[in-house]
Design a protein around this ligand. Structure first.
Ligand SMILES: [Zn+2]
Length: 391
């Protein structure tokens, strides 16, 4: 089975989104955790952006030794030099050079022509490759770039020394069919360079970052750029935890592996939330507070009989301490019996019936039944003569 390389850009694309700025120490702490998580490449920063970004990139490059460390640069001399300075302490550096290639970006943003952009890409990739063992080239806005021109760009970058070609859906506009098709066409044009790794980088503006990344894998892409909790520009990037879990749970479908240690997913997600003070929505897949919470009685009953009835992932597998059976008005007797037993109270049928009646009344009036509520209910029930006698 093929291995898909996981390129984590939490510290670069993620960090540059509003509310997610991190200082050097915070970046280092997160980088250590992401290395433990088993990603293959950590993008540490965009060194030309600020002296602080350069410094943090150097710090990450100096400390992270198991995975490769990447630094981003526009296809400009001063950017590439700053990125190379950031990567100096790295054992396994990767220079990541990019330039926009869609006509929209070329004309209005860069005010240049296709021909000039091609030249600039070739020149900067060649210069980068002379100073760094590994160069990745990204064609910004690739998904809105004329496909023939995109193929010329890719060939120019590869012939100048890039061995990883990233074709991002920069604005989150593509659909899975279109995105996969783009990679198939580019791969066909790369016939003479079978070892070039194609990479996907998707944004979630239409909620398609993950499906687009999966379509890319189907089209033979073997590096995916993603972030913890899916943070990133605007609506964010593909979420690393969702991607890793899809590829694990549906390995039958995708037929690829990753090096991610799944049990580290939840602790890593929590660390990012803690550092940035931004929590994930409760209904977020894999790492949300409700991802393994069950309240409906029919579901709780099923889970207690066999977790596979309503769970496709064992919570412990992704590092979630335990599934949560939320006791409320939708819960059934079996859930109450099970929670009481966990709290040390084995109940008779009569006791349980009375506990259940009192708990439902309380839940109807308020919200969630806490363990403390349950303990006080069972004590109350046991003090009542009728149920005490029945024991
Ligand atoms: Zn991005």
């Amino acid at each position: 089975m093929d291995n898909v390389q996981i390129f984590d850009t939490t510290l670069r694309d993620g960090e540059q989104s509003p509310g997610f700025s991190m200082n050097r120490e915070e970046k280092l702490q997160l980088a250590r955790q992401i290395e433990q998580l088993g990603v293959d490449i950590i993008e540490a920063g965009f060194p030309i952006a600020s002296p602080g970004d350069l410094d943090a990139t150097r710090a990450v490059a100096a400390e992270i030794k198991h995975c490769r460390v990447a630094a981003l640069a526009r296809a400009r001399q001063e950017d590439v030099e700053a990125a190379l300075r950031g990567l100096e302490p790295a054992d396994k550096p990767r220079l990541h050079v990019f330039l926009a290639t869609s006509d929209l970006h070329l004309k209005y943003k860069l005010r240049t022509t296709r021909e000039q952009a091609l030249e600039q890409i070739a020149k900067m990739v060649r210069y980068g490759r002379q100073n760094c063992d590994e160069v990745e080239f990204s064609a910004e806005d690739a998904s809105r770039t004329d496909i023939d021109y995109l193929c010329q760009v890719v060939l120019a970058a590869v012939e100048s020394g890039a061995t990883i070609i990233n074709l991002p859906d920069t604005v989150g506009y593509s659909t899975p069919d279109d995105y996969g098709e783009m990679f198939r066409k580019v791969r066909a044009r790369l016939g003479a360079h079978p070892n070039v790794v194609l990479s996907a980088h998707c944004h979630d503006d239409l909620g398609l970052a993950l499906p687009n990344s999966l379509a890319a894998i189907d089209a033979g892409v073997r590096q995916i750029e993603c972030t913890i909790n899916g943070i990133g520009e605007r609506a964010g990037n593909a979420s690393l935890e969702e991607l890793a879990v899809v590829l694990h749970v549906r390995q039958d479908r995708y037929q690829v592996t990753t090096n991610i240690k799944l049990e580290m997913l939840y602790p890593t997600s929590r660390m990012l939330s803690k550092i940035t003070n931004v929590s994930v929505p409760p209904n977020k897949a894999v790492v949300g507070a409700n991802a393994f919470a069950h309240e409906a009685g029919i579901h709780q009953d099923g889970i207690l009989k066999n977790p596979l009835t309503y769970e496709i992932i064992v919570p412990e597998k992704v590092g979630v301490p335990a599934r949560r059976l939320v006791l409320g008005k939708h819960s059934g007797r079996n859930a109450y019996r099970s929670r009481l037993a966990e709290l040390g109270y084995e109940t008779t049928d009569v006791e349980l019936a009375e506990c259940y009646r009192l708990a439902i009344a309380l839940a109807d009036a308020g919200k969630e039944i806490t363990d403390r509520d349950l303990v006080s209910i069972i004590h109350k029930v046991r003090r009542q003569p009728a149920t005490a006698n029945a024991r």
